[in-house]
Design a protein around this ligand. Structure first.
Ligand code: KIV
Length: 283
């Protein structure tokens, strides 16, 4: 596989015969290498960083500089997947100028595109980014940065009016130049309406099967935490369990004296030992 590009991704509509897109989050170089080697089309350096790596309760706590720091780590792994840098809360809310300056930090850190949350009210920012040659991925439905206005992490667009607004928002984002749109926390039938309404790929999380791709958070796929698991997550490994077992085995070996053994230590030559007067005392 060679490096995926924005035009390659934006052409991937399942209805036109394309394979579904695979996007996963990653926040550091080892994670990016795992995602790339597994064949992920896109790596999202998500602001979920705040919750799954930095231990906060929501995503509102990370800054553009935090995000650039982690985009840089992912980019240094040189993944073949397209890197999407997530614009955190307050990095694209003040003005289009500040939005472009902040997005440029992620691009200069190594992302090939940025993602931002929100519908029609974000159009001026999206248009300015596109004019600055910065590819933009939209994100609508359950937008975690709106946790306080939504009153929690809740499935969106259940009522007819809200569903119609969501479809309109998706059309506006596509028209403004978004190359793909994340749909989060949306009922299956509404997802289908959105996917059919736009020419760019939709990438779902908690949005059911009628998307042009799916995204999950790295730590959720691998089972790195055993906290609350939302219904849309499928765990493919129990890395937490394996890790705790491995750490316990290490601790037991240290306490029993079984670690380190002779092969796991460095030794003096006999000559070097002699020079120190350590005759016959071992290396
Ligand atoms: O930050 C993130 O991980 C995201 C995905 C859940 C889409 O925005």
């Amino acid at each position: 596989m060679s490096k995926l590009t924005v035009p390659m991704i934006s052409a991937r509509k399942v209805a036109k015969g394309a394979d579904p897109l695979v996007m996963v989050t990653a926040y550091d170089a080892p994670g990016a290498r795992v995602a790339s080697e597994a064949g992920a089309d896109l790596i999202l350096v998500g602001d979920s960083l705040a919750m799954v790596v930095l231990g906060y309760d929501d995503t509102l706590q990370v800054t553009i500089d935090d995000m650039a720091h982690h985009v840089g780590a992912v980019a240094r792994a040189k993944p073949e997947s397209l890197i999407v840098g997530d614009m955190p809360w307050m990095s694209f809310h003040v003005s289009p100028e500040e939005t472009v300056r902040n997005a440029a930090k992620l691009i200069r850190a190594g992302a090939q595109s940025v993602k931002l949350e929100g519908g029609r009210k974000r159009l001026p920012m999206i248009e300015r980014l596109v004019a600055a040659e910065i590819p933009v991925m939209g994100h609508i439905g359950l937008t975690p940065q709106s946790v306080n206005t939504m009153g929690g992490f809740k499935v969106q667009a259940r009522q007819a009016e809200a569903a119609r607004k969501l479809v309109q928002a998706a059309k506006s984002l596509a028209h403004a130049g978004c190359f793909a749109i994340v749909l989060e926390g949306v009922p299956v039938k509404v997802t289908r309406m959105v996917t059919e309404a736009v020419d760019v790929p939709t990438i779902g999380i908690g949005a059911g099967p009628h998307c042009d791709g799916q995204v999950l958070v790295y730590h959720d796929i691998l089972g790195i935490e055993d906290r609350f698991v939302p219904r849309f997550v499928r765990r493919y490994a129990d890395v937490r369990g394996v890790s705790v077992d491995a750490m316990r085995a290490f601790a037991a070996d240290v306490r029993s004296g079984a670690f380190p053994n002779d092969d796991e230590a460095y030794h003096l030559t006999d000559e070097q030992a002699d020079a120190l007067g350590l005759y016959g005392s071992g290396g």
